[in-house]
Design a protein around this ligand. Structure first.
Ligand code: ADP
Ligand code: MG
Length: 346
């Protein structure tokens, strides 16, 4: 008998799906990207699904249900954006134990509704069941884009620029603060924490956004990324996905990584380098993409997009140049070890 842990998450997916043959000519991409892509005339339809489990992906001790509903939708729409597509609909399936009241589920759905309003997507359906324990949420997102607009993980070319939207590492910083406050609270319920110094990073953890605005901007600029992925597991891991699937490598520069000052301050408090937060943190749901050099003229003046490095020819080799000029490998398993990193939505 083989332990699941022997394969790891990606190994397990590969193992379970290895004998499935593609049968439909219209399926342009099945398993292996942020979303599946199906031809539809001049457009393509894109589909993605995610599962969120209480105790694995979220802790209701500090995750308000309304935020959870919003995040469950946003993280799925992020996978649609990662294909350079725009979402139009979602389905939502829930399983809940009898510890949840109607009012609690109303809160969850208030968050789901807010996200539907914000991103202009319709709630198309779903499924509802009781569960023995805890809350389970599964969201499937549907989107579309022009057939020449879609960006896979596999199209990066040597010399392309590597860009990231927004800033990274903040969601993990927010998680560390919330987790620390939870332990303090459990020991002393009288203490009311003052979290105003950490409002930005806590917001990054509790209320991530899907960067559909970046997809719209790219259209405006006439740029189709050669490869794109959303940052759910940290830039280090995402660069490995792009590199492996594109047959290329990547070199990035630590001092170019966009990191908010609150993230830096939390990193210092926990005595972890901000670069580690940025490369490994995850759950930022920013877009990491590659573009031809010719796009630099447009992107260099865009404050919300940072060029962090370039694509190289060395297949699967992801390297970071540190501030002192040292070049080191970013391993696929993560750049540095987090002692008690929580599991994150995939
Ligand atoms: P993401 O992090 O972007 O949500 P994942 O890492 O969860 O992507 O999934 C990688 C790929 O594997 C996706 O194409 C996804 O649809 C597919 N996948 C994940 N789990 C399964 C499964 N149990 N059966 C079939 N395909 C799966
Ligand atoms: Mg993704």
């Amino acid at each position: 008998m083989t332990d699941i842990s022997a394969l790891g998450e990606f190994g397990l997916i590969e193992h379970l799906t290895r004998d499935f043959q593609g049968k439909q000519a219209s399926v342009l991409k099945g398993i292996g990207d942020d979303a599946a892509v199906v031809a539809d005339g001049e457009e393509v339809q894109v589909f993605s699904t995610d599962l969120l489990l209480e105790g694995i992906h979220f802790d209701l001790a500090y995750f308000p249900l309304r935020h959870l509903g919003y995040k469950a939708v946003a993280v799925n729409l992020s996978d649609i954006a990662a294909m350079n597509a725009l979402p139009y609909g979602i389905t939502v399936s829930i399983g809940m134990s009898n510890r949840f009241t109607v009012e609690a589920l109303d809160e969850l759905y208030a968050g789901i509704r807010m996200a539907c309003e914000k991103y202009g997507v319709d709630l198309l359906g779903g499924d509802t069941s009781s569960s023995k324990q805890g809350l389970i949420i599964s969201v499937t997102a549907f989107g579309k884009t022009g057939k020449d607009q879609v960006s896979y993980r596999s199209g990066a070319q040597p010399k392309d620029l590597i860009c990231v939207s927004g800033d990274v590492g903040g969601a993990y910083a927010g998680f560390l603060i919330l987790d620390r406050e939870k332990s303090v609270f459990l020991e002393n319920p009288e203490l009311q924490p003052d979290l105003t110094d950490f409002d930005y990073v806590i917001g990054r953890q509790l209320k991530p956004e899907a960067r559909t605005d970046v997809v719209l901007k790219l259209r405006e600029w006439g740029i189709v990324p050669t490869a794109m992925i959303d940052v759910s597991d940290g830039i280090g891991s995402e660069l490995h996905h792009i590199s492996r699937q594109s047959g290329t490598g990547a070199t990035i520069y630590a001092d170019k990584l966009p990191i908010d000052f609150q993230t830096v301050s939390v990193a210092e408090t926990f005595q972890i380098s901000p670069t580690t937060f940025a490369l490994n943190g995850g759950e930022d749901y920013e877009l990491l993409f590659t573009v031809p050099l010719s796009a630099f003229d447009v992107l260099k003046t865009e404050p919300g997009i940072t060029v962090i490095g370039h694509v190289t020819e060395e297949k699967g080799q992801v390297q970071v140049v540190l501030g002192n000029g040292t070049v080191t490998d970013v391993p696929a398993s993560g750049w540095n070890h987090f002692p008690d990193k929580k599991e994150k939505p995939e």
